[in-house]
Design a protein around this ligand. Sequence first.
Ligand SMILES: Cc1cc2nc3c(=O)[nH]c(=O)nc-3n(C[C@H](O)[C@H](O)[C@H](O)COP(=O)(O)OP(=O)(O)OC[C@H]3O[C@@H](n4cnc5c(N)ncnc54)[C@H](O)[C@@H]3O)c2cc1C
Length: 413
Amino acid sequence: MDFKIPDQVKEVVASIDKFIEQEVDPVKKQYQQQLTNDRYFYDENGLYAKETMDAIRKVRKKSAEAGFFHMFADPELGGSGDEFGPLNMVLIHELLYRKHGQDLLTQHIFPIGLFTDGLTPVLKGLKPEVKADILPGVQSGDTWLCFGLSEPDAGSDIWNLKTRAVKDGDHWVLNGTKQWISYAPYSDYAMIFAITDPEMVRQKSGGITCFLVPLDGVTCVSDSAIPLLGNLGGDTGIISLEDARVHEKYIIGDVHQAYKTALDGINLGRLSVAANCVGTAQWALDKAIEYANERKTFGVTIGKHQTIQTMIADCALEIYAAQNMVLHCAWKVENQNKSPVKELSMVKAHATEMTQSVLDKCMQIHGGMGLTNELGLEHVWRWAREQRIPDGTTEMQKRTIAKELLKGGTSFL
Ligand SMILES: Cc1cc2nc3c(=O)[nH]c(=O)nc-3n(C[C@H](O)[C@H](O)[C@H](O)COP(=O)(O)OP(=O)(O)OC[C@H]3O[C@@H](n4cnc5c(N)ncnc54)[C@H](O)[C@@H]3O)c2cc1C
């Protein structure tokens, strides 16, 4: 294993930095009031304000045009994932979030797409005519997607889905409610996972089908956001499906076989989220070290106090361990034929718990300043706290890890 950062990664990160400076910074300047003040970021209903939406859309389109937004997506879908393996992907995510984490996470402006709202691998299952129709818009950043799996009674327990799809001629009729769906209020289409064979679901052998459903306000609606963690609005929403008629050509992949499809998208997401956590934790530690070398109490800089040194060292221990786990897991994904199930779960659980723990200590090092929203630490802490729930909670990851170990998969190499 070679732990040197490849030149290709350094070059890409430098290009993204330049892109941010040349294309993103002017947008941030133009929409400064909306992007930096929660009161203006959301409208009175908790949805992105019009100007916020304009800013986010602008950056997404520019980034798609520059080739960054879908740089890790499958080439079959028009992405450049063949140029960057999982190892390069995690390194780029980590370096990007170390430098720009605060802006990305507090202003929701992402030069690199998330796995669910752009060219997710799930889309490989689209029928050719639908692909031809939908993909150009997604590639250009005009069309937004969301990933509609969770429901009020089915988060961790996916086999407890209630949304049903019943065949009616060459259409399917969908009924149900999806909840916590990232970007649902802002998306053009939702990938909706629905039960098509209850008996298969009861036996946990399949029976779930994925449909591409237009969020056009006619077929189905998502017009409210769920505010989380003290935010005045939110990204996640509820999708209501009431006799939503969807032509069978909008089925993604095979009928009854979407359970595996769902996991395919989520696995890739777990790795990039973990890398974002490592980068974000480093961003916070960089800030804390700078502060510890400046702030004086009792006549000396606080970095001279042993308790502060211990907190800094503890952050470093946690980050270094998580960083190496992420790299090793990415190396496994890249070099082994089988998906490293328990390692992906370990990485997701450990990196998300780590980033919140590090953020908390870095806020503590900043004293009262750490609690203000001036430094961004508390806002990023809120993001870090969130990460322990989506894409499989920490407890569900531990359940998977234990199951794999009890089945005999006890090697970590
Ligand atoms: C910010 C955010 C974005 C999200 N984005 C999306 C999205 O885009 N698309 C989507 O489909 N979903 C999305 N989700 C939903 C997310 O995947 C679920 O919230 C998550 O899976 C947990 O489900 P739940 O909230 O129903 O909690 P529950 O499943 O009800 O869990 C409640 C508690 O019980 C624990 N628990 C449950 N079962 C077990 C068990 N067997 N063993 C041990 N502990 C257990 C959990 O860990 C948790 O602590 C998002 C959620 C959030 C918060």
